[in-house]
Design a protein around this ligand. Sequence first.
Ligand SMILES: [Zn+2]
Length: 115
Amino acid sequence: MKEITAYKCKKCGRIHYPKHERCLTCKHREFEPIHPEGNVKLLTFTQIFNLPWGFDERFLYIGVVQFANGVKAMGQIDAPDGADLRLGMTLKAEWEPVRTVFDEPVYGLKLKPLG
Ligand SMILES: [Zn+2]
C-alpha cells in the first residue's frame, strides 16, 4: 500500500511507523522506507463513542493491526455490529475515506473482516 511508508532501521532492522528521528532500539539514524502489503492481523481493538467532528457514525471500532512485513498501524474497522471481531483474525486493509471535513474526504486505513 503506497500510501503508508514505514521506516526500517538499516542497522538493527527495527520497523518504525510513524517515522522517528533515531531508531528506538539502537539509536541509528538511517532508515530504509518500506511499504506494507497484503492482509493484516488484528492485534487489539477498541470501541470509540466520542467521535471527533466529521464522522457520521455513532461509534467506531479502532484496531491496531500488523502487516506481514511487521509494520503495525492503527485503522478504522468496518464492522457495524462488531460481533465477529476476534484478536488474531485476518483483515483486509484498504486506503479509503474515513471521515469528511469541510466536504472533503479524509483518507485513512480501513480494515475489513474477510468473508
Ligand atoms: Zn536500529
